[in-house]
Design a binder for this molecule. Sequence first.
Ligand code: NAD
Ligand SMILES: O=C(O)C1=N[C@H](C(=O)O)CCC1
Length: 271
Amino acid sequence: MQGKVRIGVMGAAGRMGQMLIRAVGEAEAATLTGVTERPGHAWIGRDLGEAMGGPARGVTVSDDPLEVFAGADAVIDFTTPQATLANAALAAQARCVHVIGTTGFTDKEIAALEPAQRHSVQVRAGNMSLGVNLLTLLTRKVAQALGEDFDIEIVEMHHRHKVDAPSGTALMLGEAAAAGRGVAFADVADRGRDGQTGARRRGDIGLAALRGGDVVGEHDVIFAADGERIVLRHLATDRMIFARGAVRAALWGQGRKPGAYDMIDVLGMRD
Ligand SMILES: NC(=O)c1ccc[n+]([C@@H]2O[C@H](COP(=O)([O-])OP(=O)(O)OC[C@H]3O[C@@H](n4cnc5c(N)ncnc54)[C@H](O)[C@@H]3O)[C@@H](O)[C@H]2O)c1
Ligand SMILES: O=C(O)C1=N[C@H](C(=O)O)CCC1
């Protein structure tokens, strides 16, 4: 390799932002060249290392994403849908790899990410861990094998601060189950029950979200039939699994053709 891959991190003060800074530091092939936070955040203008409570690192926290894109080969973005949409346009302009971990997009916002994919490598996944991406493949296979006598329910739990539901991971798992059954997820997704819901519709994929404490991320895919139940489960206990996946995606994206990719591409697990 000629030199280190220059990586920028958006949302540096966030739960994931701080993990990503650590993960970039751990990666021999990468160097951290810039970080942002939202305008008005207390870290803006400060040295990143000092803001994080350690020694100076010579990287100043900026509220100008363009500045970070201009000095980076890849930018990792775990922020908010609004910030990520704006960043996608900047990634296209800078021809920079854009790794998107942000979740909670509407369908319209996902469509709005598409124009940027003509000019930049965009890697987006609601979960960047190896384990969850493997679980999506297992979910698809099990859904394909079992048919509609097995009701599919996806239950997720996350920490009390999470702002979107269902989780991006639950949606990935739902998409995978629907793909296994050969149906459109949007047609069968039942995204929350309350009140007189009526009996469960055959073929629906149900999603339920729990929030509490400091849970990093837990997902069960339940296949429930008369007399038996199969449960596929992933438990995350450390956010570094997401951060390392994101750095891997940033490195993998170097030299690729512009377009839309996900972690199945990065992990080489597409069949
Ligand atoms: N894909 C995955 O593997 C994965 C894993 C964990 C979290 N997430 C997602 O990542 C996102 C962030 O999660 P979190 O727990 O770190 O949240 P968080 O609230 O702790 O961090 C988000 C950070 O982004 C900053 N921010 C907001 N607007 C900004 C802007 N315009 N410019 C720069 N920074 C801005 C916030 O100030 C905050 O510090 C969520 O959507 C979450 O669901 C994805
Ligand atoms: O902490 C979060 O927020 C997480 N978000 C992702 C999701 O929505 O699935 C991944 C797990 C952690």
